[in-house]
Design a protein around this ligand. Structure first.
Ligand SMILES: Cc1cc2nc3c(=O)[nH]c(=O)nc-3n(C[C@H](O)[C@H](O)[C@H](O)COP(=O)(O)O)c2cc1C
Ligand code: SF4
Ligand code: SF4
Length: 438
């Protein structure tokens, strides 16, 4: 059986699954439940000077009956006192010495950072995570994403932390920035031991068209809040890759954002994460989801003959290139499996109106195919005009039947040539411009 244990910046964890800082990691009671369920670590709900929260504070994007596709919150850091939080960290650490507790911190002055790091260490925390990510409330007070959006300040605070910290310092980044590499490099320059990302994405999920007040509703008003859950996974994967692939950073990464399943976790690890953190999925489904995640990841690794997570970590990184390095002479086209096609013709509409007008509707007899599942006899069915298909993928992602439209590689008979090679060949006078599409 594959070994799921990890070493994250010197912190040993029995598996890569950590609870991300937020409501599920707000008390000893919850941490005990998380560890009983099998989580390897908990990043405690951010500790700082106790705050006062709003009621209400959450809203969600519900899409076609699916709940919490995206989740939004305007809550602040822990509303419990630092004393209560550090006391309970000690209690949890004493009971679960083999599990990881990271103290997430957000304070203002250098003295406070030093004090809270010392208190985290005294409580037995394995590391601290600097929350430079909250995009609401705390940033208005000069903390959270206000720090995460300013690389110079990130570097200074990382240095303050490293002046005293005897445990690893993890910098948690905000995605609310144009180039995530900049704060990542600042964290590295400040001496941070690791980076975690992403915190939540600034958002408004919906507007009530009767009251004209967005959610979450607070006495007739609302505020922008942090977006997370499944909807943010693509944003998070992209940013994790940017950090993990940057030679100027070269730090362990804890990947966060929309992780619900072992597959999500495996994708984050393949893009360079050592640990992964989960918040929204636990709020929706409870701590128990970790059992499926651990089993699924372990089975997957066994099926690939991987003995440790080191064999998976970063495996996808070399395959992410600048666009200019991709092969211009590669081609694939859509291929329809008429055994599966239900004749909905959504592919035809998508290609006709949104792509390259190369899916015709023809009588099934002209293709010599039998009636398919649910297709009306004699009803026209889609046929791809191979020569005109540009291989954009639109029809295959629109098709409601799994594996009904697959994209098939075709031999163009041309050698590999990237955009940059094409430009170099043109500059050298070695080739004519490729004619534009008619
Ligand atoms: C209700 C809520 C409260 C959160 N509070 C914190 C917090 O106190 N500190 C922090 O660093 N991140 C906080 N987060 C952000 C999460 O740790 C995580 O970065 C983000 O939600 C993306 O992961 P997810 O999609 O698994 O939720 C919070 C998220 C939610 C949903
Ligand atoms: S979208 Fe898929 S199922 Fe519908 S007609 Fe096209 S190929 Fe058939
Ligand atoms: S891949 Fe794109 S161009 Fe080709 S048939 Fe599908 S939608 Fe049309």
């Amino acid at each position: 059986m594959a070994d799921l244990s990890i070493n994250f910046a010197g912190i040993q964890s029995p598996n890569p699954f950590w609870i991300g800082s937020g409501p599920p990691g707000n008390s000893a009671h919850q941490c005990h439940r998380a560890f009983e369920a099998g989580w390897g670590g908990v990043v405690w709900k951010t500790i700082g000077e106790a705050i006062v929260n709003q009621s209400s504070r959450y809203s969600a994007l519900q899409l076609n009956g699916q709940r919490m596709v995206g989740f939004n919150n305007i809550e602040l850091i822990s509303d419990r006192s630092p004393e209560a939080n550090f006391k309970e960290i000690r209690e949890v650490k004493d009971r679960w010495p083999d599990r990881v507790i990271i103290a997430s911190l957000m304070v203002e002055s250098r003295e406070q950072w030093h004090e809270f790091i010392k208190r985290s260490e005294d409580a037995g925390a394995d590391g601290i995570e600097c929350n430079f990510g909250c995009p609401h409330g705390m940033c208005e007070r000069g903390m959270g994403s206000a720090v995460g959006q300013n690389p110079d300040v990130i570097k200074v605070i990382a240095e303050w932390c490293k002046e005293v910290a005897e445990i690893p310092v993890i910098i948690k980044l905000t995605p609310n920035i144009t180039d995530i590499a900049q704060p990542g490099r600042a964290a590295a320059a400040g001496g941070a031991d690791a980076i975690s990302l992403i915190n939540t994405v600034n958002s408004i999920t919906q507007v009530n068209l009767d009251t004209f007040c967005p959610e979450p509703y607070v006495d007739g008003q609302s505020s922008h809040g942090g977006y997370c859950g499944a909807a943010v996974k693509p944003i998070a994967l992209n940013m994790v890759e940017r950090i993990a692939n940057d030679p100027d950073i070269n730090l362990p990464v804890s990947g966060i954002g929309g992780i619900n399943t072992w597959r999500d976790a495996a994708e984050f690890i393949a893009l360079g994460s050592t640990s992964v953190q989960v918040c929204t999925a636990v709020m929706q489904k409870g701590f128990r989801i970790v059992a499926d995640m651990a089993e699924g990841l372990s089975d997957y690794m066994d099926s690939k003959g991987m003995k440790s997570l080191e064999e998976l970590r970063g495996r996808a990184l070399p395959n992410i290139q600048k666009w200019e390095n991709l092969n211009l002479n590669y081609a694939r086209i859509a291929s329809i499996d008429y055994e599966k096609c239900i004749g909905c013709n959504l592919c035809h509409i998508a290609c006709e109106d949104g792509a390259h007008q190369c899916i015709d509707l023809v009588h099934p007899d002209t293709l010599g195919v039998d009636e398919g599942p649910g297709r009306l006899p004699g009803k026209s069915i889609p046929k791809v005009r191979d020569v005109d298909c540009v291989g954009c993928n639109l029809c295959s992602v629109v098709c409601p039947v799994d594996d009904c439209i697959t994209m098939v590689e075709i031999d163009t008979g041309k050698d590999r040539m990237s955009w940059s090679e094409y430009q170099a060949a043109m500059a050298a006078g070695d080739m004519e411009p490729i004619p534009p599409h008619p």
